[in-house]
Design a protein around this ligand. Structure first.
Ligand SMILES: Cc1ncc(COP(=O)(O)O)c(C=O)c1O
Length: 366
């Protein structure tokens, strides 16, 4: 693609020297699992996210699973999740033996619908796992209101919102704990898989530290059944170097989003993304809605523009959840969005020329 959806090369060029030095220090110390590089990143990322604790784990998916496990959520429990998210949100719930209960999203921001969430609550509901989709934070204060006094835990899937704020509070600080993903294309991305749990409670922190390390933090003592899922030490070096640039990179994303807003303003067939009141988005993705999306997308690809779809099939229509019997029509807002949405190339370092070209090809295709 002439203009990729995400260009990670630009980020690498900025940090290449620092990463080399950091890798050399790890090789020198031969501390290949956890060690000072992971601790240093955990400290810095907790500070950045305004949380008391950060626990580096193997992936965002594992981070969600560990939060659920640390909360004691398992078989017989229901956890409410949005139907329009990356499948990992729901899979983590299924993997702990609980049942994901899908709910629709709102039509403006694609975030979990609060009224539908309320309707889905019943005696078995143990959790609400909301997703900060595309880089803006879900309406947690309203979800907390629903959960209060009912034994329901609110949790944040912050895999797409590193650095975002809602009413002044940073992503990662909502609910009992937040899961972060450092999958390469994320706003803060590693050079492979990686993730983190962010939380404020000391006992919760300790439980997740045990879970990530075969169920114990003291060598050969395993009080619980855990995972082997620590943040890789070399990935921590990459993430530490990138973290220093995250504010700047998020600002570049905001500028690029504003430029698309201008370039596409007035095009009656294009529905532009909106930011919910109180939210400061970090534009993990810039998602528009267009008529005849598949034809438009094909035309963009033909012209060398790496647009994408996030996500073409809502969770309830995936084969993995076919046994739930939730067919087409179950969640009309999410399903309609899935047919119309289109993610345009957006990354730190995208140029005005590149964006003008994207807008021109898009408007011509429409
Ligand atoms: C919303 C959401 N949740 C969870 C994940 C899973 O993260 P990971 O790929 O690090 O397992 C991702 C990204 O991949 C995501 O976008």
């Amino acid at each position: 693609m002439d203009i990729p959806l995400v260009d990670l090369r630009l980020q690498h060029e900025e940090i290449a020297e620092e990463v080399k030095r950091g890798f050399d220090a790890v090789f020198e110390r031969t501390a290949f699992v956890l060690g000072p590089a992971v601790e240093d990143f955990e400290r810095a990322f907790a500070k950045y996210s305004d949380t008391r604790h950060c626990i580096g784990v193997g992936s965002g998916t594992d981070a969600i699973e560990m939060i659920l496990r640390a909360e004691g959520i398992g078989p017989d429990d229901e956890v409410i999740v949005p139907a329009n998210t990356f499948i990992a949100t729901a899979l983590a719930v299924t993997r702990v033996g609980a049942t994901p209960v899908f709910v629709d999203c709102d039509a403006d921001y694609y975030l979990i619908d609060v009224a539908k969430t309320k309707e889905a609550i019943n005696k078995r509901t143990r959790g609400i796992l909301a997703v900060d989709l595309y880089g803006q934070i879900a309406p947690f204060e309203k979800l907390e209101d629903l959960a209060r006094g009912r034994g329901i835990t609110v949790m944040e899937d912050a895999a797409q919102s590193h650095g975002a704020r809602r009413n002044g509070c940073r992503a990662g600080g909502f609910g009992v704990a937040a899961a972060m993903s450092f999958y390469p294309g994320k706003n803060l991305g590693a050079y492979g898989d990686g993730g983190a749990v962010l939380c404020n409670d000391d006992a919760f922190d300790q439980r997740v530290r045990e879970l990530r390390n075969w169920g114990g933090t003291v060598k050969y003592e395993h009080p619980v059944v855990g995972f082997n899922s620590r943040l890789d030490t070399l990935q921590a070096v990459v993430l530490r170097a990138k973290l220093d640039r995250l504010e700047d990179w998020n600002e570049q994303r905001r500028e690029a989003a504003a430029r698309y807003d201008e370039l596409l303003a007035g095009a009656s067939d294009v529905v532009l993304p909106k930011v919910a009141p109180g939210n400061e988005a970090v534009w993990h993705l810039y998602v528009v809605r267009v008529p005849e999306r598949d034809r438009v997308l094909a035309q963009l690809h033909e012209q060398g523009i790496g647009a994408g779809i996030h996500y073409p099939t809502p969770c309830h229509l995936q084969g993995a959840y076919a046994s739930m019997g939730l067919g087409e029509g179950s969640f009309p807002v999410a399903e309609k969005a899935a047919r119309e949405i289109l993610s345009l190339p957006l990354f730190p370092g995208i140029t005005a020329d590149q964006q003008e070209k994207v807008a021109e090809v898009l408007l011509r295709a429409i």
